[in-house]
Design a protein around this ligand. Structure first.
Ligand code: CS2
Length: 519
């Protein structure tokens, strides 16, 4: 830290960030130290949102600064927003702010050399992905972008985009369809190998990506599936940095402190981590030289991150919304929610983790909670609550399943699962449409709520019957059903926090000893 710029007063509209402006910028903003004009596009990224700009693009920028590689990134969006209007105008340049409470550190990232908008048609994206010069494709397309069934990981062949792509494989719409088509063109033209590296928060994301791409490729009947097996690598990866969606306030922060306008600014926390399975095809940027870790198996890292950090975020998001709190940092400042989340993680989540030499899970919990207390990161509970149906399996249901198998209490982990249900139920007409919500299952759950009404047992039963989220064995477990029904009952009442308080007082929770790590 310590690169804090002083507010700048301007009477004329500020200039927009771009290649010409950076040569004149003050030293309070760090700039690319390498010659951007000499970069050759060697990798592509699909889904250039805040997270990519604050994570993979920064690692690549680090690599370029140390002159290890000459890879530029082609940034592709196949969904809104348009990149040409922001990053494109700025020649790919943007400001990455790291914020921690009152401190701000600014750096301009130069690793994105070109942007491609492919929202109307997949053709521009496919052109890039199929080109011989691209040997690495990273992606952050959100959990639902994979069009998989959360409970099984298989391709959802009823997904409207997948239905479309099965009928029109040459003009695909879905991420798996676009990748399968690009690979087909690679096979038919230059046949060069490529790594497809998922950077989304799904467990075994490499395996899921390979499943969904292969499910489409194998239907082509032209040898594509075998060609992919021989020439394409799908490593799994764990990615981590809290980087909320950019807000107007972030754009104003740059104007006030640094005197220029940057529509593509991104704000993140100091912490970052990237653990990548060492399984590549073609050349690989040496991100391991700038802080990433290449490992044989990412599973223990995935479990740790998704169950602890993401599990805590999801819990604070649903309970925070129910308590009327706007951001993660507001929710964790609430003594009841802070006590609940720490207790849940230590008593119930930690014993489900795989042992990791050199990593103290207890220390990781404390570090994660400290990260969530960072008041400069304005991460809205509603943003984290979005698409919960795609997140709760890895964050909450998998540890619940592990505990139930061993006959252990799930009194705390069941509360945020019921929180996800309550969040969607309360957006139904019958429950007063508390807030607009965004989740692929929102309509289905609103339909259940409208049909069932206030009978919590029937509500829980109908939602637990959605087998694409709750696998049938879990849904049939009596302890799980009871815990969910009772938590949902409390969360839908006029005093939702009472059930949170009560759950901490339940005898089995109070009795539970601090678990041994080898449990
Ligand atoms: C968040 C994640 O919105 C969400 O679902 O939980 O984006 C989270 O901030 C990142 O995984 C942190 O690495």
């Amino acid at each position: 830290m310590g690169r804090r710029g002083e507010p700048v007063s301007t009477s004329t509209p500020p200039e927009t960030l771009g290649p010409e402006l950076i040569s004149r910028l003050s030293s309070s903003v760090r700039k690319p130290s390498y010659d951007r004009a000499a970069l050759v596009p060697g990798m592509a990224h699909i889904g250039v949102g805040a997270f990519h700009r604050c994570h993979q693009a920064e690692y690549t920028d680090d690599l370029l600064s140390r002159r290890f590689d000459r890879w530029g990134v082609v940034g592709i969006n196949i969904r809104a927003p348009y990149l040409s209007e922001t990053l494109g105008w700025q020649g790919g340049l943007y400001t990455r702010l790291i914020r921690e409470d009152s401190q701000v550190e600014a750096r301009i990232i130069g690793s994105i050399v070109r942007v491609v908008d492919s929202q109307e048609s997949a053709a521009p994206a496919i052109d890039v992905l199929a080109s011989a010069g691209i040997e690495m494709v990273t992606m952050t397309v959100t959990e639902k972008g994979y069009c998989h069934i959360p409970s099984s990981g298989a391709l959802d062949v009823t997904h409207p985009d997948v239905v479309h792509d099965l009928a029109n494989p040459l003009e695909p719409r879905s991420v798996p369809g676009i990748l399968a088509r690009a690979l087909e063109l690679r096979m038919a033209s230059h046949s060069r190998p490529v790594t497809l590296l998922s950077c989304d928060n799904i467990p075994t994301n490499g395996i899921i990506l390979e499943n969904v791409v292969q499910a489409l490729a194998s239907r082509r009947g032209n040898g594509l599936s075998d060609w992919i097996a021989a020439n394409v690598a799908f490593p799994s990866a764990m990615v981590d940095r809290i980087a909320p969606a950019t807000s107007e306030a972030d754009i104003e922060t740059v104007e006030q402190h640094f005197g220029y306008r940057d529509a593509a600014v991104v704000v993140g926390e100091p912490f970052r981590q990237w653990v990548i399975e060492q399984k590549f095809a073609g050349r690989v940027p040496r991100w391991d030289r700038v802080g990433a870790t290449f490992v044989g198996d990412v599973t223990p890292f995935e479990h740790l991150k998704m169950r602890v950090l993401n599990g805590a975020q999801t819990t604070l998001a649903y309970l925070g919304v129910l308590a009327g709190l706007e951001h993660t940092s507001d929710a964790i400042a609430d003594p009841l929610l802070a006590a609940f989340v720490r207790r849940m993680l230590i008593d119930e989540t930690l014993p489900t983790l795989m042992p990791m030499p050199g990593v103290s899970p207890e220390a990781y919990v404390e570090q994660s909670l400290a990260r969530l207390r960072n008041t400069a990161i304005r991460h809205r509970n509603h943003q984290i609550a979005t698409d919960g149906s795609q997140k709760i399996v890895q964050r909450l249901l998998n540890p619940i399943r592990d505990r139930l198998r061993r006959g252990e209490s799930i009194a705390l982990l069941s509360v945020p699962v019921a929180g996800w249900m309550a969040y969607l139920i309360r957006s139904s007409a019958r429950f007063g449409r508390h807030r607009p919500v965004s989740d692929p299952y929102a309509d289905r759950i609103a339909g259940i709520a409208d049909a069932v009404g206030a009978d919590t047992r029937a509500l829980a039963a109908a939602i637990l019957a959605i087998d694409t989220i709750f696998d049938p064995e879990l849904a049939a477990n009596g302890d799980f059903r009871r815990a969910i029904t009772s938590a949902l009952d409390g969360l839908l009442s006029d005093n939702p926090m009472a059930v949170v308080r009560r759950s901490l007082e339940q005898p089995e929770v109070a009795r539970l000893k601090r678990p041994a790590q080898s449990a």
